[in-house]
Design a protein around this ligand. Structure first.
Ligand code: TEU
Ligand code: CA
Length: 542
């Protein structure tokens, strides 16, 4: 029916499994909980959902530290629960994407134990090194000055093995050694294991960090000072030219894409998709897409819109869209737009509560795939969580339980307490209440998903049917047209002033959708040859 593959126009949705739905009253979300909520995803127009890690883990980084890549953590359930989730998703025609964390394992993974003890085949499974001897003091030092993403050295001395091991993230997350073909084999095996269980793709964690540079003589180069931070222990202190985005990492994405294509050729089914999490320049991301002859991840996540703030104008938004489009569309690739994630403050906090709906409208109106973090569709905001003790996480604020209804624990859990507090605003901001309110965040989100899957919004290849501009400092206009010349105009007032616009077009339009602050109604008509007034923070679809 259409020449657009499912992922090219997908509305993707990230679930943080600890916080979506608890089914057994322990206050932590789980797989059975997610399964009962899949109909909700269908209701709001989601194509595919990616789940943050659900694998066996000591939870030092809430599942991004995996101790068994082939099993489900008991907190989340069992493999049988996972199979049920997949079966239910298939019934609903929802795609399931898993988080794939190849860069590191937990230090409690049996592979690490085998490597520490130099068991056959595992000696070089992680990145080990003797370090250097300081010429003046005669003391042992780490092999290089590399700083970990969370601060502090990337090298930690291991007493048993009597060597340093590399960890780009926590000490409890030792980096796997991708220069060892055995490691690559194991990771393909992990991919195959989950593909065989019916998943539709993977979000690849921490892509830029997979390979590190090493001189031919086996030593490691120091990284230069960046000038971005004055704290020598901070990650930003260095320019990560040797620990990020190495050519071998790009090559690996092509290999993984080819592996998935091969799998599809042999097993049939729809396209399996790869999303790459890479905080890299757009130019680098373009290499992860492909090089003209080989293809990599279909959706290297575009975080540009996450750098906008409450002060960002329509012109800033256009700049941010341009930055992506100018690089990506030169290669005729598919765009994607990420609204938020579990590592970043929610839109309400980053940009202000008034901007949540505007951002949801923008990402749905733009061509390509959108990626929504759970709760953004109802306008959830961060909770101020007091940081005490070692288990404290400054990213907890954006990870609080999903708000389903004004009931106990927002209907997230029947337990006495929840692993993180429910945001006290849940009596107002929740799915059930917003279902009943016209122009609630939820209704606007749903309305936009309906449009996103309509014909005008599918014709997104560079050939045409799409344009965007800042018609003045604060008003963003996006135009989408289809082959039979139906035209949609989306006008978004980013500012807190009323905007009067004149002569945008010589045609008459019908209101399709308006946001909370609008004085207009769907079904009304407007003559854009005359003037149109936009209220502060108003977005309309004509
Ligand atoms: O994040 C990778 C990443 O690059 C992080 O540095 C990110 O910028 C940072 O967390 C922002 O605070 C991924 C996951 O999304 C994150 O939750 C994990 O902690 C990390 O990998 C390690 O697996
Ligand atoms: Ca690495």
């Amino acid at each position: 029916q259409s020449d657009v593959d499912w992922w090219e126009n997908a509305a993707l949705y990230q679930i943080y499994p600890r916080s979506f739905q608890d089914s057994n009253g322990d206050g932590i979300g789980d797989l059975k909980g997610i399964t009962t909520r899949l109909t909700y995803l269908k209701e709001i127009g989601i194509t595919a959902t990616w789940l943050s890690p659900i694998f066996t883990s000591p939870m030092s980084d809430f599942g991004y530290d995996i101790s068994n890549f082939y099993d489900i953590d008991p907190i989340f359930g069992t493999l049988a629960d996972f199979d049920d989730l997949i079966a239910k998703a298939k019934e609903l025609k929802l795609k399931i994407i898993l988080d794939f964390v190849p860069n590191h394992s937990s230090d409690e993974c049996e592979w690490f134990d085998k490597s520490v003890n130099r068991l056959e085949g595992y000696d070089d499974f992680y990145v080990w090194d003797d370090g250097k001897v300081n010429a003046e003091t005669g003391e042992r030092e780490p092999p290089s000055n590399w700083i970990s993403v969370f601060g502090g050295p990337q090298w930690t001395w291991h007493e048993t093995r009597q060597q340093y091991f590399l960890h780009q993230f926590q000490v409890k997350q030792p980096d796997l050694n991708f220069s060892n073909p055995m490691v690559k084999e194991h990771m393909l095996d992990v991919l195959k294991f989950w593909l065989d269980r019916g998943v539709d793709g993977f979000r690849i964690d921490a892509v830029p960090h997979i390979y590190e540079y090493r001189y031919a003589n086996g030593s490691y180069p120091d990284e230069p000072v960046s000038g971005w931070s004055s704290d020598p222990g901070a990650y930003e202190y260095h320019d990560h030219i040797y620990t990020k985005d190495q050519p071998a990492t790009v090559e690996l994405m092509y290999e993984w894409h080819e592996f998935l294509e091969q799998y599809q050729a042999e097993n049939g089914g729809d396209t399996r998709v790869l999303l790459a999490e890479a905080y890299s320049s757009v130019e680098t991301l373009s290499a992860y897409y492909g090089n003209g002859t080989r293809f990599g991840t279909q959706l290297p996540m575009n975080f540009q819109l996450m750098y906008l703030s409450g002060y960002s104008t329509a012109k800033d938004v256009v700049g941010s869209i341009d930055y992506w489009m100018d690089t990506m569309w030169t290669t005729h690739q598919t765009a994607n737009w990420v609204v938020g994630n579990h590592d970043t403050q929610r839109v309400a906090d980053r940009m202000g509560a008034h901007k949540v709906d505007l951002l949801n409208v923008i990402v749905s109106a733009l061509p390509g795939a959108s990626v929504t973090y759970y709760g953004e569709e109802i306008g959830m905001s961060n909770v101020d969580i007091e940081c005490t003790g070692d288990s404290c996480e400054d990213r907890d604020g954006e990870r609080t339980p999903m708000q389903w209804s004004p009931g106990v624990n927002a209907e997230f859990s029947t337990g006495e307490s929840t692993w993180l507090p429910v945001n006290p605003d849940y009596e107002r901001i929740n799915v059930q209440t917003e279902r009943g309110v016209a122009r609630s965040s939820l209704q606007i989100f749903k309305g936009m998903q309906k449009l996103k899957s309509s014909s005008a919004f599918l014709s997104f290849k560079k050939a045409g049917g799409f344009s965007y501009e800042a018609v003045n400092e604060q008003v963003l206009q996006i135009i989408r047209t289809n082959k039979i010349n139906e035209e949609y105009r989306i006008l978004i007032n980013m500012g807190n002033n009323m905007e009067v616009l004149e002569g945008l077009s010589d045609k008459t339009y019908e209101y399709i959708l308006t946001t909370a602050y609008s004085t207009h109604y769907p079904g009304q008509t407007v003559d854009l040859g005359e003037r149109i007034v936009l209220m502060p923070f108003e977005a309309i679809v004509l």
